[in-house]
Write a protein that binds this ligand. Structure first.
Ligand SMILES: Nc1ncnc2c1ncn2[C@@H]1O[C@H](COP(=O)(O)OP(=O)(O)O)[C@@H](O)[C@H]1O
Ligand SMILES: [Mg+2]
Length: 255
């Protein structure tokens, strides 16, 4: 699971208690002077600077249309910046050779508001599929899938399909899928947007636990109560600009 260039132990090594999470001054995400203009002329991001050290937990807040999803799409190279640099774990995404894209892409696990699970596959198969498509040997798939499913607390539901799960369980499946490549970063785009408050807290607690294992988390949300309660780093966007970047901050919805 651990790529050769990775010095820190894998998520599973950390889970097994083989060593403490490595906290270095390494920045896993750097946006330098980033502007994103969509082909229709829409300016989604303007002069954005953002540095995220490994191990951080960052809330990305701001009204609808502020540019939160665009910022996340740039990190997974779904879109390229119009101007400026997007650097993920040392790789400038605009300069990446085509064959290096999958390697960098696997450093980021993605969680969406609407789960995006395959409806005909079980929990186990949904998670395994993420490894199958990258050509992981079968012998490695089984233990990796079993471990992440246990981590998110779904071992008993592993053989169920999405329609047989609650919303919270579907999101935990999506989180397991995001983790199965042992990513350095999880980006979660409004992951609690479809969940009621109690279930939302369970998902947040799970993300906090994953963060404690050393995974950097970037989460876009509208949930002012959660953001304010947790006192993590808050990056606020408005009309594509970073208007606030504070540690231990509160968030009051204005939209
Ligand atoms: N594919 C696209 N093409 C054109 N404009 C887009 C596209 N995606 C988003 N936008 C526009 O970019 C701005 C930022 O959108 P988005 O990043 O989705 O914001 P948020 O996630 O904060 O709601 C909005 O004005 C939106 O309409
Ligand atoms: Mg969005």
């Amino acid at each position: 699971m651990t790529s050769p260039e990775t010095a820190s132990p894998s998520l599973f090594g950390r889970l097994a208690g083989r060593s403490r999470p490595v906290r270095t001054s390494h920045d896993v995400v750097v946006l330098h002077d980033v502007t994103k203009r969509y082909p229709n002329g829409r300016m989604a991001l303007r002069d954005v600077d953002l540095v995220v050290p490994e191990g951080d937990f960052v809330f990305l807040v701001g009204p609808s249309g502020a540019g939160k999803s665009t910022l996340m799409r740039l990190l997974i190279r779904d879109e390229l910046a119009t101007q400026g640099h997007v650097v993920v774990d040392g790789d400038d995404l605009a300069r990446l050779r085509r064959r290096a894209v999958p390697r960098v892409r696997r450093k980021i696990g993605v969680v969406f508001q609407d789960f995006k699970l395959l409806p005909r596959k079980t929990v186990w198969e949904n998670v395994a599929f993420a490894l199958e498509v990258t050509g992981t040997p079968r012998a490695k798939i089984r233990p990796a899938v079993d471990r992440v499913i246990a981590l998110v607390g779904l071992t008993a539901q592993a053989a169920q399909i999405p329609t047989q799960l609650s919303g919270g369980e579907q999101q935990r499946t999506a989180i397991a899928r995001a983790l199965v490549h042992d990513p350095r970063i999880i980006i979660a785009d409004e992951p609690t947007g479809n969940l009621d408050p109690v279930i939302s807290w369970e998902i947040i607690q799970l993300l906090l636990r994953i963060n404690e294992l050393g995974v950097t988390i970037l989460m876009a949300t509208h949930d002012a109560e959660v953001v304010t309660a947790l006192r993590k780093r808050v990056v606020a966007l408005e009309e594509g600009r970073v208007i606030r970047d504070e540690l231990g901050a509160a968030y009051h919805r204005e939209d």
